[in-house]
Design a protein around this ligand. Structure first.
Ligand code: QAP
Ligand code: CO
Length: 171
């Protein structure tokens, strides 16, 4: 089932998400719905809060070298935390909740991700490149933060101006 995606400036996006404690069929169905929703909107990452569910869940599907989003790269991340962040990198980010706007954002270049999978099993992953960037972007959603909050004053003003146009065109 494809779920509606909440877009800025909806205040629900500011909510801090809470830990997942049951790894049951309800969660599995929700993860499947998130995946269908992300793929149908051409996304590479989605946090549960973006579909109005404030739980510490995010999914990712980073395209391979040929630009294909394969099932092998499908990643379901529950109750994540990060260790060993290193380096810095700039990437032009976007967000399904801020459609039509892209801007360079600074992130760690590499990190270790600790998380639980859909069965509640504890997992660890070494991430770099786009995967590391996407993890940081999606984990910000769990804290109620959007990438546009990392913009400088002037770039934020540029965003507000451009986004007004996006909203007008959608009406
Ligand atoms: C987060 O973002 C991300 O504006 C995932 O019109 C972004 O999937 C992780 C999208 C950059 C790493 C680097 C955005 C689709 C998708 C739009 C997305 C749009 C259509 C964004
Ligand atoms: Co986002």
């Amino acid at each position: 089932m494809i779920l509606p995606i909440i877009t800025y400036p909806n205040k629900q996006l500011k909510v801090r998400s809470t830990q997942v404690t049951s790894f049951d069929q309800l969660l599995h169905r929700f993860l499947d719905d998130m995946y269908e929703t992300m793929m149908s909107s051409n996304g590479i990452g989605l946090a549960a809060i973006q579909v109005a569910n404030p739980i510490r869940v995010l999914i990712l599907c980073i395209p391979d070298g040929e630009g294909n989003q394969t099932l092998e790269n499908r990643l379901e991340v529950i109750n994540p935390s990060i260790s060993n962040p290193s380096g810095n990198t700039l990437y032009q980010e976007g967000c399904l909740s801020v459609p039509g706007f892209y801007e360079d954002i600074e992130r760690y270049e590499a990190l270790t991700l600790h998380y639980q999978n859909r069965h509640g099993e504890h997992c660890t992953l070494e991430a770099d490149e786009l995967l590391a960037i996407a993890i940081q972007h999606e984990m910000d959603h769990l804290e109620g933060k959007l990438f546009i909050e990392k913009l400088t004053y002037n770039r934020r003003k540029k965003f507000e101006k451009e986004y007004k146009k996006v909203l007008k065109e959608k009406k």
